[in-house]
Design a protein around this ligand. Structure first.
Ligand code: S3P
Length: 678
């Protein structure tokens, strides 16, 4: 279980963008999957929650291509959904389960929705009851109406429904069901909740009508695919907004963040507490969601009262509000927030317990809490209780403690904010600190073009692994490819096969003209067979001879030929037209696939590498070999700027592979749910 240690900081300073909006990312994948025609989504949030939605729609037959972690191309070529072969895994996401249930309730096939231990406790009666009224055949397998959910084929009809709780998830579930229902679906909200579904329906050509507190949607409308830009998630920005406002001397600017008024209730509360916040709205790109930038300056805050009417528009921000209430003078009362008890954890009980560990006097109420602020914050060890927002809220508070604090079980943060802890380090002006001591440099950032800005991303996902001799990259690459169920390619094999053929013809590399003519006349075939790269020269495979001492002695000179390397580029790149690959070598991330998003550079202590080479029977000096690799003019060995750097010294191969799988998940690679690593 991952934990994170946080040192106190004097202030938070910087300028950032936050990852894409989680609520909109889920909905955008869903609606684009139902639409006729293609959609390109930019600014998608590649977090665990949203990747579950992405995988589910792939399983339902929709073509979803991950161009880079935040850009998706979505097209439903069947103009309908196809039954999934297995249960659809909603992971930790209540939003996904409730919304997708609305879509699947009116299909002609059976579906089963499952989730993790936290989701298995969340109430589904709130969607089951109205969906049944619409004609759905839906059943909860858990006790007390909890997941898994089973949906049988049904024909739906519109209903008039008054929501008993102000819930955007229930409203959205019914609107999505209403799309596929006969007649009109009319939903009455007790108070306005986030309206992303309504805005997105309009974006995809099915505009609902708003009449006072009611929303009306005509069933049977056809959605049209349309490109969409997703703004930064206000709920992720909230940790920096609240933290900056409450820590005197801080100053943070957040750009391109969603400023939909049904989400920004936190700003009103903070302003009431005396915060200094400047908001400037940016011109939209026609996507129907307001966004802009915020400039927050830190100062002394005072306590306030938050009542029921305000709750729906700041529901996800209450954990961080509870945390920074401890930094404000006087009491902060949070009331009417009983919904917090049925989130990813019981956020009232868990925040109260954590605040007490930080030495803060707090009273637990059935529907909220009263926090007494202005007391010293004691360094503490607290748990996230498996809830991403509890983890991040407590991390912000820990910045003002009297010593180092530790947050346990922080893996859940990836469900909404991959990269959060790196930003925490950056904004509190400390250098990157390792999570669990793992030496990793992971540049999880906004999309950026490949080095020259011109290379096209490979058609299929490619994991590029580079590194020096005996760094362990071949063993790791083979195992990683197996775990991901994709093809393993050793690029060195191509140079070896060519060297073997040259030796057979008695051609030396040094005789440039003869060498080039010999290679030009060769028929070089590279194909993936049995999930591994095979090479034939003039119809023959070298087999074990590719590793003969004669080949060993000559291959590095052959591979140093700039002419040959250039000539082979299209051959390597073509492999990714049809296969997802793990390709290893010395220049895969820098030259062969500079535009892939999934790059690793593996190194190890030279002494360890020397020993490994001796074991393999190779006797030349590792220093000389490294120097040759790094200084050759053609595609020298380099760690790409956006590669994950891994030092494998003292790590088992399996550990390295597990680390790589974690990093791939964070970068949005479509990793199978349970990758097999022995
Ligand atoms: C969400 C709605 C809210 C919110 C959740 C996301 C959504 O839940 O807490 O994080 O995307 O619709 P409720 O609708 O249950 O209040």
């Amino acid at each position: 279980m991952k934990s994170f240690s946080i040192a106190p900081t004097a202030r938070l300073v910087g300028e950032i963008m936050v990852p894409g909006d989680k609520s909109i990312s889920h909905r955008a994948v869903m609606l684009a999957s139902l639409a006729h025609g293609p959609t390109e989504l930019t600014g998608f949030l590649p977090s665990e929650d949203c990747l579950c939605t992405l995988r589910a729609f792939q399983a339902l037959g929709v073509d979803i291509e991950i161009r880079d972690p935040t850009t998706l191309s979505i097209e439903n070529r069947w103009s309908r959904l196809c039954p999934a072969m297995e249960a659809l895994d909603c992971g930790n996401s209540g939003t996904m389960m409730r919304l997708i249930a609305g879509i699947l309730a009116g299909q002609t096939f059976h579906s089963r929705l499952v989730g993790d231990a936290s989701l298995a406790k969340r109430p589904m009666g709130r969607i089951i009851e109205p969906l049944e009224k619409m004609g759905a055949h839906i059943r909860a397998e858990g006790e007390r109406g909890t997941p898994p959910l089973i949906l049988e084929p049904a024909e739906l009809h519109g209903i008039d429904y008054e929501l008993p709780v102000a819930s955007a998830q229930v409203k959205s579930c019914l609107l999505l069901a209403g799309l596929n229902a006969k007649g009109v679906t009319r939903i009455l909200e007790p108070s306005p909740t986030r309206d992303h579904t309504e805005r997105l329906l309009a974006h995809f050509d099915a505009r609902p009508l708003r009449e006072g507190r009611s929303i009306l949607l005509q069933g049977g409308l056809t959605l049209g695919g349309r490109d969409l830009f997703i703004p930064g998630d206000f709920s992720s920005a909230a940790f920096w907004i609240a933290g900056t406002a409450a820590i005197p001397g801080s100053e943070i600017r957040i750009r391109s963040v969603g400023l939909n008024p049904t989400r920004t209730g936190l700003l009103n509360v903070l302003l009431r507490m005396g915060a200094q916040i400047e908001e400037s709205v940016e011109e939209g790109r026609g996507e129907g969601e307001p966004r802009g930038s915020l400039l927050i300056r830190g100062g002394k805050l005072r306590g306030t009262k938050i009542e029921k009417a305000e709750i729906p528009n700041l529901i996800d921000e209450l954990p961080v509000l509870g945390a920074i209430a401890a930094l404000a003078e006087g009491e902060t009362h949070i009331r009417g927030a009983e919904e917090l008890r049925v989130k990813e954890c019981d956020r009232i009980r868990c925040m109260v317990e954590n605040l007490r560990r930080f030495g803060i006097p707090v009273e637990e109420l059935p529907d909220g809490m009263i926090v007494e602020g202005g007391r010293p914050i004691r360094a503490a060890r607290v748990s996230s209780f498996g809830d991403h927002r509890v983890a991040m809220a407590c991390s912000i508070l820990a910045l003002q403690a009297d010593g180092r604090s530790r947050i346990d079980d922080v893996g859940c943060v990836d469900t909404s904010y991959p990269g959060f802890f790196r930003y925490l380090e950056k904004l509190s002006q400390r250098s990157a600190e390792a999570v669990e001591g793992w030496k990793e440099v992971l540049s999880w950032t906004q999309p950026r073009p490949g080095p020259a800005g011109t290379e096209k991303a490979p058609r299929r996902p490619v994991v590029a692994i580079d590194g020096p001799s005996a760094s362990g990259k071949s063993t790791v690459a083979r195992l990683l490819a197996q775990a991901l169920g994709i093809a393993y390619c050793n690029s060195g094999l191509v140079y070896r096969a060519i060297t073997w053929a040259l030796i057979g013809k008695g051609v030396a590399v040094e005789r440039e003209l003869v060498f080039k003519t010999a290679v030009r006349q060769m028929k070089i075939e590279c194909r993936i067979e049995g999930n591994e790269l095979h090479v034939w020269i003039d119809g023959k495979e070298p087999g074990q001879e590719a590793r003969s001492p004669a080949v060993n002695a000559m291959v590095s000179r052959v591979a140093a030929s700039a002419w040959l390397r250039k000539r082979l580029l299209p051959t390597f790149r073509k492999l990714a037209d049809e296969h997802s690959l793990v390709m290893e070598g010395r220049d895969i991330g820098t030259t062969v696939f500079p535009a892939t998003w999934y790059k690793f550079y593996i190194d190890a202590d030279p002494k360890v590498r020397e020993q490994r080479r001796k074991k393999q029977g190779e006797t030349d000096s590792i220093e000389d070999r490294d120097w040759e690799d790094r200084s050759r003019p053609a595609a020298p060995l380099r760690c790409a700027a956006d590669a994950v750097f891994l030092d494998s010294t003292g790590m088992s191969v399996e550990d390295v592979v597990r680390r790589m799988i974690e990093a791939l998940r964070r970068r949005g690679f479509p990793v199978p749910k349970r990758p097999y690593v022995p």
